[in-house]
Design a binder for this molecule. Structure first.
Ligand code: NAD
Length: 428
């Protein structure tokens, strides 16, 4: 985060604010301010050179009133219990606002995965599962990939779990590759979902999407599929994308007068989302400073790279033409910048609503695993479109009815749904 605040304190503050506005009972606040269950464990792994290295792992279940906890596993050198707690809390709100019957959880390991060989990664994944499996299961808590983990790692973990319980159990983890229990459409899901929410916002404002231009921060998984869907589904243009250059250790913005071609850019982008500058320049792209994307005279901004990028300072560069900000990334807007966007009347689709397409598709993956029957990609995307549109309009209705900022409305919808489930189950 651009702010140095402890992420869990931030998640708790956000909750406290919403709890005040909703006038929640004390028992509800006590349940939701803290995770229901937390585990920290040691993971001894035999390294390739024969020695044992001990890693630390976490799994936190924030709340499972609405269904099994859901959330990724991060492999990151600076992973802490508080980061995992915060991410687990945000997952509870995300699954609730998307109205999928799941709760919120998160896990992690303190490790830099780029320092591990493939066989060390496999052993770490299997050992993580050996330590955590009793807390997991298709009906209890279902992990997925996140920063530093991959679909291959999910299969190793699924395989280990299946051996431990004595039966093939693909639904214990999602984000698996197609051909190993994964769902078609998962790669595109988050970016696709972001654009569905933009489409619905445009309907509300009576905007013709074909005449709109968007600028995107990032050109990784979320950004690439947001760009493709914006062009294919809405018929609009993407004026600029920005990405991190790993060699130069700085970011650049790539633009073209008649709009970028995401398929061409995909071909010259590496697996980490870095676009090849020389090839882009040769193809007629203008290359500017990494912050230029935010100042473009566009209708829509899609921050889809990292957290804390729209700050109290950088928000001043946002062009007066901008009408919608759709947060594809998690936490791209700092609280200071958020206050400015709100004051300027810019319509913000908050992260846990805009990027809920990924977890919604993970839920579809679990449903398919359960049935052992797999849907074609069109069916997955049609169901995703419908779910995202309903989620967006539920929050919009709440915002209009109570004259609320979209982020506040989304918090209210999510927290209320979790409260209802807890109340009906007799927990509060
Ligand atoms: P990714 O690693 O595939 O891509 C990240 C992109 O951001 C790359 O193009 C990289 O160059 C760019 N980037 C990094 N630092 C930058 C900087 N300082 N300036 C400009 N560009 C920079 O990641 P992703 O999966 O696309 O995820 C992006 C965001 O969306 C993250 O916040 C992630 O938590 C969130 N998210 C992702 C998913 C998903 O399904 N992938 C789901 C929900 C939320």
């Amino acid at each position: 985060m651009a702010t140095d605040m402890n992420p869990f304190e931030m998640a708790q503050q956000q909750f406290d604010r919403a709890a005040e506005q909703l006038d929640l009972e004390q028992s509800v606040r006590d349940m939701l301010r803290w995770p229901m269950r937390e585990m920290r464990f040691q993971i001894p792994v035999r390294m390739d050179d024969g020695r044992i290295q001990v890693f630390f792992g976490y799994r936190v279940m924030h709340n499972d009133a609405r269904g099994p906890a859901k959330g990724g596993i991060r492999f990151h050198p600076r992973e802490t219990l508080d980061t995992v707690r915060a991410l687990a809390t945000w997952m509870t709100w995300k699954t609730a606002v998307a109205d999928i019957p799941l709760g919120g959880g998160k896990g992690g390991v303190v490790v830099d995965p780029s320092t591990l060989s493939p066989s060390e990664k496999e052993r770490l994944c299997r050992e993580w599962m050996d330590a955590a499996w009793k807390m997991l299961g298709p009906r209890t808590d279902v992990p997925a990939p996140d920063v530093g983990t991959t679909p291959q790692m999910m299969v190793w973990m699924m395989d280990e779990y299946s051996k431990l319980v004595g039966q093939y159990t693909p639904g214990v983890i999602t984000g698996k590759p197609v051909h190993a229990g994964g769902s078609l459409g998962r790669t595109a899901a988050t970016g696709f979902g972001v654009v569905v929410t933009i489409r619905e916002a445009m309907k509300h404002f009576g905007m013709d999407p074909k005449n709109t231009v968007a600028a995107i921060h990032g050109f990784g998984n979320v950004a690439q599929y947001a760009a493709i869907t914006y062009i294919e589904m809405l018929g609009g243009k993407i004026g600029a994308v920005s990405c991190w250059d790993r060699e130069d250790k700085t970011s650049y913005t790539f633009s073209r007068e008649d709009g970028i071609d995401p398929y061409f850019l995909q071909k010259i982008t590496d697996e980490y989302g870095t676009i090849n500058k020389a090839q882009a320049r040769e193809a007629g792209y203008q290359i500017e400073d990494g912050s230029a994307w935010l100042a473009k005279p566009v209708d829509v901004l899609i921050p889809a790279a990292i957290e804390g990028v729209i700050t109290g300072e950088s928000v001043k560069t946002v062009h007066p033409k901008v009408k919608i900000v759709a947060e594809g990334a998690n936490g791209p807007t700092t609280p200071e910048a958020d206050a400015v966007l709100k004051e300027r009347g810019i319509f913000v689709i908050p992260d846990f609503l805009a990027n809920a397409g990924g977890v919604t598709c993970s839920y579809f993956e679990q449903v398919q695993n359960d049935m052992n029957y797999y849907w074609p990609q069109e069916e997955v995307l049609a169901k995703l479109d419908q779910k995202m549109a309903v989620a967006f309009n539920g929050v919009l209705d709440k915002a209009l009815k109570h004259d609320l900022y979209m982020r506040d409305a989304a918090y209210r919808v999510a927290i209320k749904r979790v409260e209802w489930a807890m109340r009906l189950r007799g927990w509060v």
